[in-house]
Design a protein around this ligand. Structure first.
Ligand code: B12
Ligand code: SF4
Length: 482
């Protein structure tokens, strides 16, 4: 048996990207470890506001047999930093890293010698097999879906791991009672995978097979969450919540029958909803829905492989409003080929769709995404320092073919101004906050928006893309403890 410490490293930047989200990947891994008799605990540096030093001190105190770290690309620099500190303290503790960056860029992940193994895919079974190897059974080559450094230092990638098709068999995520109090929302994963191939999305790179939990199994977890921790908003992490309409109907029917009185939110695509479904989702407690629109005209939808039409966007946003949902639309500005005209179209589409909230992100070539490949091949990536890949920097890290960085920043600023500083948009945003019962979020959003305006006007600091802070509706930030 092994004692495993699982780490969510400290956030990279000020806009922590949904800083108080559960590290659900780690929670799944932790639950699996415990189910197999290992000891597993999670140190979440975000929720506890821990610095790298504080995390290292915790590792030194605990002296685990194995250390696991999770990271997206943005979080990697801090993941490496934590791993280096751990190796300084105890060079013998094997350090394994999972999450989006390890999946898409295993060699890059292993670029720092402090990481021993990268998990290239789902981690629940891989970690169990790794522990067996470290306990003396088999070799790393026997473990599917990992990468490691061979004897001569070169990166060895083992054979691919099959996707887990039986998600109902997984134990529910390992949730820490104290952490649960602090998370802004509860998070549940109802299904895994997405068959679409949007160019800007890392998730599109491996065209992951969609696998569903049964509605009953998800319901059981939801009921347990609310029974154990009380009432809070629930966010479905599924890439595309309504990827299967029948599943969505069945799950909503179950929620309605159980009368659990929960409020939840999800993200989906405009081509995968209709008025009937959205109305049922509302009846089942859905308060808001996030649509990825991601561009401003049909030409860019096609170029980005979005597989949606402008008309679908109009129809579905209207349907969601008619169903009584608060509607969030995400836009991305600054693809390398975009012209001023394209960005004007994005602003016009945001205003035309008229959702309750719009967020304007800067195009970022996240490793794993086709956009990353596109930009890399054309030498358009200005920085490979992953810390700059956060939405917080305010400046694009892409060399744009038709615009300067400054012009793009100004477009993003204009998008926010032209969207929110309309009387009807202001009223709609207020009604969105009311609908979601989000007065606390409003109290945070107003100063954040004012600060944003002041910063852009004075050019004294980075521009936060998106007037409403964070990625999840209702995110809030935390001070770091050293
Ligand atoms: C929901 C979501 C969010 C939520 C919540 C995330 C959370 N709870 O951590 C919010 C909205 C807050 C968010 C924020 C961001 N996200 Co996000 N997010 C997702 C999404 C859709 C689902 C994540 C999820 O819940 N997966 C389900 C769990 C079970 O899977 P998992 O986390 O991958 O974990 C499994 C394996 O990776 C592995 N594993 C993971 N860690 C470890 C550790 C160990 C030790 C082991 C053994 C195994 C292991 O085992 C786990 C179980 O099988 C993914 C897309 C996707 N499908 O991955 C994008 C995704 C991860 N996000 C992405 C991005 C870019 C971001 C942001 C940077 C966006 C921004 N604008 O700021 C921020 C950064 C946040 C951060 N953590 O650094 C990218 C990452 C690309 C990249 N190369 O890094 C993805 C892939 C989507 C995309 N657009 O490309 N995100
Ligand atoms: S943006 Fe959404 S729909 Fe497109 S590939 Fe990524 S997860 Fe799938």
């Amino acid at each position: 048996m092994a004692d495993v410490l699982l780490i969510q490293p400290p956030p990279q930047t000020r806009n922590k990207g949904g800083s108080l989200a559960e590290p659900i990947g780690l929670e799944y891994v932790g639950a699996m470890l415990r189910e197999h008799g290992h000891t597993a605990d999670i140190v979440d540096a975000w929720i506890d506001g821990l610095s790298v030093d504080a995390v290292a001190a915790e590792v030194a105190r605990r002296k685990p047999d194995v250390l696991g770290i999770t990271a997206t690309s943005v979080l990697m620099p801090n993941a490496w930093e934590v791993a280096r500190r751990v190796k300084e303290i105890s060079p013998d503790i094997p350090v394994v890293c999972g999450g989006a960056h390890a999946i898409y860029e295993p060699a890059w992940t292993l670029g720092d010698p402090s990481i021993d193994v990268a998990i290239v895919g789902e981690g629940e079974d891989a970690i169990l097999e790794l522990i067996d190897v470290w306990n003396g059974t088999g070799t790393l080559d026997d473990v599917a879906g990992i990468a490691y450094r061979g004897g001569d230092g070169e990166v060895v990638k083992t054979k691919g791991r099959e996707y887990n098709d039986h998600l109902d068999r997984l134990p529910f995520p390992l949730r820490n009672d104290r952490h649960m109090e602090g998370y802004t929302l509860y998070e549940v994963v109802g299904k895994r995978g997405c068959p679409f191939k949007c160019s800007f999305c890392g998730a599109s790179a491996d065209h992951r097979k969609v696998r569903f939990r049964s509605p009953e199994n998800v319901m059981e977890e939801v009921a347990e969450l609310f029974g154990r921790y009380g009432k809070k908003k629930l966010y479905f992490n599924d890439d595309v919540f309504s990827i299967n309409k029948q599943w969505t109907h069945d799950f909503c029917d179950l929620l309605i029958r159980r009368q659990l009185d929960i409020e939840w939110e999800c993200q989906t695509r405009v081509d995968l909803v209709d008025l009937e479904l959205l109305t049922k989702m509302k009846a089942a407690g859905c308060e808001s829905v996030v649509f990825g629109i991601d561009a401003g005209n049909q030409e860019n939808f096609d170029r980005l492989n979005k597989a949606i039409t402008v008309e679908q966007a109009y129809v579905s946003v209207r349907h969601a409003r008619e169903a009584g949902l608060a509607v969030w639309c995400n836009f991305i500005m600054g693809y390398p080929w975009e012209t001023a005209r394209d960005l004007q179209d994005t602003i016009a589409l945001a205003r035309g769709l008229d959702p309750h909230f719009a967020r304007f992100f800067m195009a970022t070539p996240y490793p794993g995404s086709p956009l990353y490949q596109y930009a890399k091949e054309r030498d358009l990536i200005l920085s490979y320092d992953l810390a700059t890949y956060s939405q917080d920097s305010g400046t694009s890290i892409l060399r744009l073919e038709h615009l300067t960085q400054d012009e793009l920043s100004r477009f993003v600023y204009r998008a926010n101004m032209l969207f929110y500083l309309r009387p009807q948009a202001f009223l709609k945003a207020m009604s969105g906050y009311r609908r979601q019962g989000r007065w606390k979020a409003l109290a945070r959003a107003v100063p954040a928006f004012a600060e944003y305006v002041a910063r852009v006007r004075s050019h004294s600091g980075p521009v936060v893309t998106g007037a409403v802070p964070g990625n999840l509706p209702g995110e809030r930030g935390r001070r770091q403890r050293t």
